[in-house]
Every structure is written in C-alpha cells, then in structure tokens.
Design a binder for this molecule. Sequence first.
Ligand SMILES: NC(=O)c1ccc[n+]([C@@H]2O[C@H](COP(=O)([O-])OP(=O)(O)OC[C@H]3O[C@@H](n4cnc5c(N)ncnc54)[C@H](O)[C@@H]3O)[C@@H](O)[C@H]2O)c1
Ligand SMILES: [Zn+2]
Ligand SMILES: [Zn+2]
Length: 397
Amino acid sequence: MNNHANRGVVYQGNGTVKVEAIPFPELAIGQRRCDHGVILKVVTTNICGSDQHMVRGRTTAPNGLVLGHEITGEVIECGRDVEFIQVGDLVSVPFNIACGRCRHCKEGKTGICLNVNPARPGAAYGYVDMGGWVGGQADYVMVPYADFNLLKFPNADQAREKIQDLTLLSDIFPTGFHGCITAGVGPGSTVYIAGAGPVGLAAAASAKLLGAACIIVGDMVEDRLNQARSFGCETIDLKQEGDMQDKIEAILGEREVDAFVDCVGFEAHACGCNHHQESPAVVLNSAMQITRAGGQIGIPGLYVTEDPGAADVAAQQGSLSMRFGLGWAKSHSLQTGQCPVMKYHRQLMQAILFDKIEIAKAVNVQMISLDQAPQGYADFDGGAAKKFVIDPHKMVS
Ligand SMILES: NC(=O)c1ccc[n+]([C@@H]2O[C@H](COP(=O)([O-])OP(=O)(O)OC[C@H]3O[C@@H](n4cnc5c(N)ncnc54)[C@H](O)[C@@H]3O)[C@@H](O)[C@H]2O)c1
Ligand SMILES: [Zn+2]
Ligand SMILES: [Zn+2]
C-alpha cells in the first residue's frame, strides 16, 4: 500500500526542525515484523514540551529523528494479526508504546514495557532512547500492537467535532491527570502546580475535575499564568522575589499545600530575580519545602540520564543537588516517570464526550498545518500560552 507520499517533522540539530519527505510507514521496524500493527492517516499530532528538550539540544537525540509522540489518526491499513481494530476507526494513540504481553504491561505499567525498547524499559514514537519507533508529526505513521494500544472513539463523527479536546488524550491530559492522582489530589485538596506550560495547565484542569479546593499554579511567563487564571486557578509569578512559603501563605493562609505536581522537569529555572539561570533541582526542592508532612509529590516533569547542555558535570549525568533529607523527614511520597496513558485515557475521553471538562480551552489549543510546524516549535519555545496541534491533512481546519 505504498501509494502515498509521506512528510514529517525532522530534527536537524542546533534548535531546528524541518518538514521533509520521509518513507511511507511499513508494518515493521528494522528487521522486526509488526503484523500486530496498523498504519494511520494522522488526523492531529501535537507538539510537546518533551520534544523541546530534544530540539533545544538538551538530550542525545540524533539528527534526522522524525519527531512526534502525540498522535490521533484514522486507521487505513491493518496488519495480519490485528483482530479488533478496523480500517476506518478513529483512534487515540497513547504516546507510550506497549506490548501488552510483558510483566509490566500486565500490571498496567505501560510506560515501562519490557519488550519494545532493547535499551531500557519504556518506548515512545519519535523520541531519543525510546526504541527507535518513527514519530507521528507526519502524514502517516505505524502503530504496533494496535489492538492493545489504541483507544477507538465510539462515534467518529462526534469525535471529529471534539477533536481539539480528544487530541490531548495521547499525552498531556492523562499526564496532567496522572500528576494529580500521584500527588493524591482529591475533593478539597490544596494543590501547587509547578509550570504553566500545557502539561501544567492540563494538571490544573485535572485538579479541578478531581474536586481540588484551591489550585495554585507557578511560572515566570505572564501569558501562561493568565491562561491558568482564565479557568479559576490562583497563580504565583516566580519573577517576583520572595520565599515560596510566604507566597503560598498569602494565598492559602497556610504555609504548605496538600499536594504538589512538578510540570517543569530538568530545564527548571531558579525562582526570583535570577530566573534566567537554570537550576535543575529547584522544583524538586520547593516540592519538599512546601508540601505538608505526609503529602505526595507527582513528578511528570521530565528528568534525563544525560544532559549535554547542563551547566555542571554532575547534572550532565542527571545527578542533581536535592535536599532529600527534608523530604525524608516529612515522609513524602514521590512518583516519577512516564505517565501510563492507557490507565486514564478511556475515562478522560468520557469526561470530554459528556462535557465534564473543556481541556482544549484550558490549554489553549492552536491548530496549525504541517508546514507551520517549525514556526509552532519556535513560538512554543518562546513561551506562547498555547498548545500547538498539527493538522497534516487539513481534516480539522
Ligand atoms: N511524564 C510524562 O509522561 C510526560 C508527558 C508529557 C510531558 N512531560 C514533561 O512535562 C514537562 C512540561 O511539559 P510542557 O509541554 O508543559 O513544557 P513547557 O516547556 O511548555 O512548560 C514548562 C514550564 O515550566 C516553566 N518553569 C521553568 N522553571 C520553573 C520553575 N522553577 N517553577 C515553575 N515553572 C517553571 C516554564 O516557564 C514553562 O512555562 C516537560 O518536562 C515534559 O517533557 C512528561
Ligand atoms: Zn508529549
Ligand atoms: Zn509490555
């Protein structure tokens, strides 16, 4: 079925991406057959902060990598061993690739599948160290283990109408929700969310869905903080100097929160007037400072094992300077790692379809064409309060 041309967003090194011709996907990866896979015509594919870590040269991502792990598509071809997914289905693709057969998949830990990446547990499309699977910021992409991985939308016409919300099920909505769940957020919780990027905003909207009493979002980008305020969050502008606990107290009347979600990761900037300076452990340290004793800390923000762009030698190996004794003394629980998207995507799809959340509005989805992807990357890197969603076949706009 190689009768289609294909184009994708390709990493060029040095902060640049380009849209280039790439091979039409096959039901294989290298020598490995994927008769359990499908080919998708990509309906929407989102640009993520995780992509930016690579594009900014802060990982060991090789030049020529086809990017894109947030994919929604229409099935156009099924491998021989696909039983339940059919041509014509409109589906959401979890960014984690999972076999459905290994010990971890059986435990629901699809972010650390043992069979999809020879180098380490866990895989993803279009990502460094994640198994070499081709990314989906493209016209077409192959998805392996399709029966296990894909979430089929119950009604394709209804799904097309809500596609700007449903496109967020491949990553950031489940990721923000998982951040809140692992931070113990529930009815009446007070929550601090570090970072007002798309993941932070998705976490804030999730905290609202979970019934949190007060949601405080911190960042240093004014537009992003305004976006958080637009759906009822309190905000802390980290450009203003001062102690984090004083700032929390000014809002809550207490110096600690019940739950903390790190939606920043290793490229964190120090708080206060020196905010241009990077300080990779600053969010983890403020988590231990402002979370109550016995509280939980969800860490969806990404931390790496190699950071060629880090300021000091230790951080180049992912070693950060944390005041871990403080967290220990307060009996904190910390949860790290990829979000196991499959654990949440069906329930969050239902929340969207039954109008229980306006997640696209919360993260301010902006649709763009495939040719506009390089500009989308640049604007996103500049701190635009937007979630860029590529519409390669102009099926949405
Ligand atoms: N665990 C997962 O499965 C998963 C999934 C998706 C994304 N991620 C990660 O989540 C993180 C956020 O993603 P995003 O798309 O929102 O990225 P983003 O870069 O748009 O957002 C990060 C935000 O953090 C802000 N920031 C920097 N230092 C800060 C500090 N000290 N305190 C508060 N805010 C600070 C930045 O100004 C920015 O607005 C990234 O590290 C990304 O890789 C993880
Ligand atoms: Zn992502
Ligand atoms: Zn597995």
